[in-house]
Design a protein around this ligand. Structure first.
Ligand code: NAG
Ligand code: NAG
Ligand code: NAG
Ligand code: NAG
Ligand code: NAG
Ligand code: NAG
Length: 379
C-alpha cells in the first residue's frame, strides 16, 4: 500500500506504522527508533543567543541539532548523510555566520536516574540533562578540518519542563484534533497523533565556550532546549511550520504554528511564562476559540533566501484564558540557515502586556517551508 508519493518515489506504509513508540521514561529520552529502514526522525535542539554588540547585528549565537534520521528527506534511500549527525549554526559577535554538519558513527540515548539522559554521537558530540532538568551539558569534539567545532555549552533552566497543551502525560496534540465529523487526511492525523514535542528547558541561561576553526567564541546568552520526533520526515506531512522562542523582560515564550500538507488547518501551540506563573500553555486549531490562544502573523516583505520573499516583521499575540492580551513584535537581523525550505532568523523582540510596559530582547524565530509556500504580505 502506497501512502505518500513524491517526486515519483513511493514511500511504503512501513514508515507510517511506526506509532508504537519506545516511550522514554525520561522526559527528554528516546521516543522513536529512527533508522535506515524507516523515515522517522528525532532531534534534540538547543540554542544560545547573546546580546548583540550593536543594534541590527545578530551575534553571538550558537545553535545545535543532534539528529537521528532526516527532518527533510529528498529521496527515500537515506543516502545524503549517515543516520546520525549534528548541525551547528550561529553568528560571531561581529555578525559573520558559520555552519557545519558533523556526521557521527552512532547516536545513542541512554536514560539514567530521574530525567538524566545522555546522548552520545560517536566520538564527535554528546549531551547530558540533569535528573531535575535544571541543567544540561553539551560537548562538541570535532576540532579538525573540515568540521572545526569543539567546546561546551552549559544550560541552566529558569522554568519547569513542559509538553505542549498544558498536559503532563502526553507529548502529542491528539486531544486538540478537530472533531471526528471532519475527516482528517493522513498528513493531518500524523501531525495530531504522532508528532511529539518535549520542552526540557523552556528558557534560562547558557554559557558557551567553543572554538570554531581556531577562533574562540565565548559568551553567556539566553538558553533553550527541546526535542521533536515524528514517524516521517517533516516534508512528507508538513507544508509550513513557524517556530520561535525568546526571553524578554519577565517573560519566557515559545510558539509553534503548523500547516500540514494539502491542509487548511493551522495548528497553534503557545507557551508564555514568568517566574511567578505559567500564563499560557495552549494548543488549538487557529480560529476555533477567542481566548487561551496564541497567533503568529507574518507581516511586511523583505528579500528572503534564494530569491524568495520573506516577512519583514512578525507579530506574536497571546490572549490568555482571562482575556488579558500580550503582544510582541519580532524583526529579523539575519538568517542562518538561510534556505528557501528553512530560514532561521535571529532578531529583536519588543512588547509585553498590552497597554503595559514594553520590553526589549533577542529572539530566534524560524520558518520551515518544505511546501515552498510563496509568501506575500497582501495574501
Ligand atoms: C529500525 O527500526 C524499526 C522500527 O521502525 C525496528 O523494528 C528495527 O529493528 C530497527 N532496525 C535496526 C537495525 O535497529
Ligand atoms: C568576524 O569574526 C570572525 C571570527 O573572528 C572572522 O573570521 C570574520 O572574518 C569576521 N568578519 C568580519 C566581517 O570582520
Ligand atoms: C570550518 O571551516 C570549514 C572549511 O572552510 C567549513 O566548511 C566549516 O563549516 C567550518 N566550521 C564551522 C563550525 O563553521
Ligand atoms: C497533496 O495534493 C497533491 C495534489 O492533489 C497530491 O499530488 C499529493 O499526493 C498530496 N500530498 C499528500 C501528502 O497528501
Ligand atoms: C493548566 O492546567 C491546570 C490544571 O488543569 C489549570 O489549573 C491551569 O489553569 C491551566 N493553565 C493554563 C494556562 O491553561
Ligand atoms: C489565524 O487566525 C487569525 C484570526 O483569528 C487570522 O488573522 C490569521 O490569519 C490566522 N492564521 C492562519 C495561519 O490561518
Amino acid at each position: 500500500m502506497i501512502v505518500f508519493t513524491k517526486a515519483g518515489l513511493a514511500i511504503s506504509v512501513a514508515s507510517v506504522v511506526l506509532n508504537s513508540f519506545v516511550r522514554a521514561t525520561s522526559f527528554d529520552g528516546q521516543y522513536l527508533q529512527p533508522n535506515s529502514t524507516n523515515d522517522a526522525v528525532e532531534w534534540w535542539w538547543g540554542s544560545a543567543v547573546g546580546t548583540p554588540e550593536s543594534a541590527g547585528t545578530p551575534g553571538p549565537v550558537l545553535q545545535f541539532l543532534f539528529y537521528q534520521g532526516y527532518s527533510i528527506l529528498v529521496d527515500s534511500d537515506h543516502s545524503s548523510l549517515p543516520e546520525y549527525y549534528f548541525t551547528i549554526n550561529g553568528f560571531f559577535p561581529n555578525g559573520s555566520d558559520f555552519s557545519v554538519t558533523v556526521p557521527a558513527t552512532s547516536g545513542n540515548i541512554i536514560e539514567g536516574a530521574g530525567n538524566v539522559v545522555t546522548g552520545t554521537w560517536g566520538e564527535v558530540g554528546s549531551f547530558q540533562t540533569s535528573h531535575d532538568l535544571k541543567t544540561m551539558y553539551v560537548s562538541f569534539n570535532a576540532p579538525d578540518a573540515p568540521y572545526g567545532i569543539s567546546g561546551t555549552m552549559h544550560f541552566t533552566s529558569n522554568r519547569a519542563n513542559h509538553f505542549g497543551c498544558n498536559v503532563t502525560d502526553s507529548p502529542y496534540f491528539d486531544e486538540f484534533m478537530p472533531p471526528p465529523s471532519q475527516a482528517l487526511t493522513e498528513a493531518e492525523q500524523i501531525l495530531f497523533t504522532q508528532l511529539g514535542w518535549a520542552v526540557s528547558i523552556p528558557g534560562g541561561t547558557v554559557d558557551v565556550d567553543v572554538t570554531i576553526n581556531g577562533t574562540r567564541l565565548q559568551f553567556s546568552g539566553n538558553g533553550y532546549h527541546d526535542q521533536n520526533w515524528m514517524p516521517l520526515a517533516l516534508n512528507e506531512f508538513v507544508s509550513s511550520w513557524y517556530f520561535g522562542f525568546a526571553e524578554i523582560g519577565p517573560y519566557t515564550l515559545s510558539y509553534v504554528s503548523v500547516t500540514p500538507v494539502n491542509s487548511s488547518i493551522a495548528f497553534n501551540t503557545g507557551y508564555l511564562a514568568t517566574d511567578q506563573a505559567v500564563l499560557q500553555n495552549q494548543c488549538s486549531v487557529n480560529g476555533t476559540k477567542i481566548t487561551d490562544i496564541s497567533i503568529i502573523q507574518p507581516k511586511g516583505e523583505m528579500t528572503g533566501a534564494q530569491g524568495t520573499v520573506a516577512p519583514s516583521t512578525w507579530t506574536l499575540s497571546y490572549i490568555i484564558e482571562d482575556g488579558t492580551e500580550f503582544e510582541f513584535e519580532m524583526v529579523p537581523t539575519a538568517a542562518n540557515p538561510n534556505l528557501n525550505i528553512y530560514q532561521r532568523w535571529t532578531g529583536s523582540i519588543t512588547g509585553g502586556k498590552k497597554g503595559d510596559e514594553s520590553y526589549e530582547g533577542v529572539a530566534t524565530f524560524e520558518w520551515l517551508n518544505p511546501g515552498l509556500n510563496v509568501y506575500s504580505s497582501s495574501a
